[in-house]
Design a protein around this ligand. Structure first.
Ligand SMILES: [Fe+2]
Ligand SMILES: [Fe+2]
Length: 304
């Protein structure tokens, strides 16, 4: 099947998923999640006090993770461009693209409000980082519709886990509540894409298997283009907010299981080849993840 045929064949599935999404998605209001009474004026025209290191009550890893999550959400215009280009702006696909964009937009709005009002991070550094990150844009690695569908299925679940665990690591009830609320949105996004890709498996199992394998074996977090990402990701992983163990156990495997990738029958030689590559990759990742956790535990034990 060509990409155009697949888009066309999946259109009714998109329409059905949209209906389901509208039924399960609950309306929520970012302003209710922000402790406005904690807010104070900053320097500048209002003549308040500039941010100082001691203002933040958050542990360092949670702070770094919040910045990464927020900068990731900030790049929404580029993500919108990528999915609108691939999925289109008409019909059910277009309705979803715009709905998804509207929902994602409140994530960045709410997290920024929270961080600014609670003085959790340096607002000057944050703004500069936002400018650099957004000026770099975001371009998907995956040029096919199936590749993009597979990517967003995993990426939405990855951001769900990252938000939820960041909230827990913050040690602040309000922060945890907000990030749990955002994580609930991400979960519904994941369900939408995961169900669509499931339908794609029915339509063209071999091409879909290839797309899934290509995405799993090359997956990068959407915020990977943030300046200093490698160092930040290491701190986040060491804290157990998001690491390879979680990526494999809580992101890759549950989605792959849901698609029954290892139980599918009737694949052609290319489809089987893709599945074998996938299985080999997962095995290697299991080894790397286990080694990472063992080293982290050793380090923690040494530090007492
Ligand atoms: Fe989001
Ligand atoms: Fe999302």
């Amino acid at each position: 099947m060509t990409q155009t045929e697949l888009l066309h064949e999946l259109e009714p599935v998109v329409a059905g998923e949209l209906d389901r999404h509208h039924k399960v998605a609950k309306e929520w209001f970012p302003h209710e999640y922000i402790p406005w009474s904690e807010g104070r004026d900053f320097d500048g025209p209002y003549g308040g006090r500039a941010w100082e290191e001691g203002d933040s009550k958050l542990p360092e890893a949670a702070r770094i993770s919040l910045i990464v999550n927020l900068l990731t959400e900030d790049n929404l215009p580029s993500y919108h461009h990528e999915i609108a280009t691939t999925f289109g702006r008409d019909g059910a696909w277009g309705t979803w693209v715009h709905r998804w964009t509207a929902e994602e937009n409140r994530h960045g709005v709410a997290i920024r409000d929270y961080l600014t009002v609670t003085r959790a991070v340096d607002p000057v550094a944050l703004e500069r980082a936002r400018m650099v990150h957004m000026e770099g844009g975001f371009q998907t690695e995956y040029t096919t519709m199936l590749g993009q569908l597979a990517y967003v299925s995993f990426q939405e679940l990855a951001t769900r886990i990252a938000h939820r665990n960041t909230g827990k690591a913050s040690g602040e009830e309000g922060c945890e509540r907000l990030l749990a609320r955002i994580a609930a949105d991400e979960n519904l996004h994941m369900l939408f894409y995961r169900n669509l890709l499931n339908a794609a498996f029915e339509l063209d199992p071999n091409q879909t298997m290839r797309a899934v394998t290509d995405v799993v074996t090359t997956f990068q977090m959407p915020g990977s283009t943030i300046e200093g990402f490698t160092r930040k990701a290491m701190i986040i992983a060491n804290e157990g907010i998001y690491d390879l163990r979680l990526h494999l156990d809580d992101v890759l495997m549950p989605v792959l299981r849901q698609w029954s990738v290892f139980d599918k029958t009737g694949l052609d030689a290319e489809g089987e080849q893709a599945r074998e590559e996938l299985a080999a990759f997962l095995e290697r990742t299991e080894t790397t993840a286990a080694r990472f956790v063992a080293r982290r535990e050793e380090r923690r034990a040494r530090m007492g």
